[in-house]
Design a protein around this ligand. Sequence first.
Ligand code: SAM
Length: 218
Amino acid sequence: MNANTSSASPSEPPGSANNPAPDPVADPVNWEARYVAGDTPWDKGCAAPPLTDFLARHPISGRVLVPGCGPGHDVRAISSKGAEVTGLDLSETALRFARDFPTAGSEIYEQGDLFALPKEWEGQFDWVFEHTCFCAIPPERRADYVSAVSRVLKPGGHYLAIFFLDPGVEQGPPHGANREEIEHLFKGSFELIEEWLPSSAFEGREGQEICQLRRRRP
Ligand SMILES: C[S@@+](CC[C@H](N)C(=O)[O-])C[C@H]1O[C@@H](n2cnc3c(N)ncnc32)[C@H](O)[C@@H]1O
């Protein structure tokens, strides 16, 4: 299955007069440009510590979607435990980096837009794992995000998330969210099973994250 992307294809090559190359600093949400420029401070070179802790105590099996997977560290951590994992990202360069890593298990990477997923993905996944995608999208698209992750999950499928509560920046991304907003967004489509403050985090993110395990309502 191939994910579509809604990005427009420029008719002129990047960098030409009519299609100036994006400036990754002036346009922080041009993800492809950020990867091309190597301007990726979110890439810590390994899976998120709260995910590693979760995997040590809880199996994740079946088909798993990781939206906004970037170079795929979380994808490989999950697939190394036996799940079939699809890493999705807008950025082809991020996915090239991901594919350059040795295969950890049954993982694949698809370029595409979470907001324009193929119909055949609907109801196909047992799990969605969220880490630094929700905080990367424009906050006004959060309801669309919840619809997208809900649609791809099987009824009763699990949604595991590490949310940024307070990224400590004036202007995102990353865009923080508080517990009340998260609950308001998710409660219609997902029941909350467990919520916890992670006991480990990347340096600088301590105390800024909250983990939730949810189940898609039938
Ligand atoms: C802050 S980065 C985090 C990447 C990865 N999760 C990590 O922690 O290294 C956000 C990622 O989300 C991707 N992204 C943003 N909007 C997206 C969308 N609408 N669909 C798919 N991926 C998206 C970006 O390309 C980028 O790789």
